[in-house]
Design a protein around this ligand. Sequence first.
Ligand SMILES: [Fe+2]
Length: 221
Amino acid sequence: MRVPGEPALRALIAALHDDLAAREITDADLAAERAAILASWNAPLRTAASCSPHLLPACRHLDAAMAAGRNHPIVSAIAPFLPTLSWRYGYPEHPEWPGLAERLAFAPLIGARAIFTDVAAHLGLTLVAPETHYPLHAHPAIELYLVLSGTAEWRVSGAPFTLQPPGALILHAGGIGHAMRTGAEPLLALYVWRGDLATAPVYVAEDAGPGGAGRASAASN
Ligand SMILES: [Fe+2]
């Protein structure tokens, strides 16, 4: 399958950069992360010659999530990539939350094994089926999420769930546990990873603090 080229990627990066640049951000950590992302991907990225699209069961909700977010410029910019995405779920079975492989899916666009390669910052999509608890997990990478569609509950270790609507920015410091919980709508969100891009996320024990104490299992994505 032919891969959308650099122009399509540039349109996506521009949509993200425009969104971030237009925001009033007062939190110092979030402002620093925005500045780092605005400085990312300014050089040409290596493009995969071909790709092997792969769907997971959670992708049955992708059309609804895309339709719900269709007015967001980033959603429009990711649309050309949808036929080429390789959706993955790499965690082992969670001891308390079975069946997550049917309900969660992740698609890298810029990553180690993605359509485009970069060593400083990765970018991709997270899809969560309705009525799903994506339990606490952690990774050393710094993560910025931008919600594209679906209002879901989000929390970090030691804090309660709060509703995050489309357009919300959520910053996860490296090593801190974080979780999402969907209701009737699927959740589609864009993630950006920086820092340690080689270490996979792991499920952590409920309310494990920063550093990921109580790690239960490792994922391959
Ligand atoms: Fe994460």
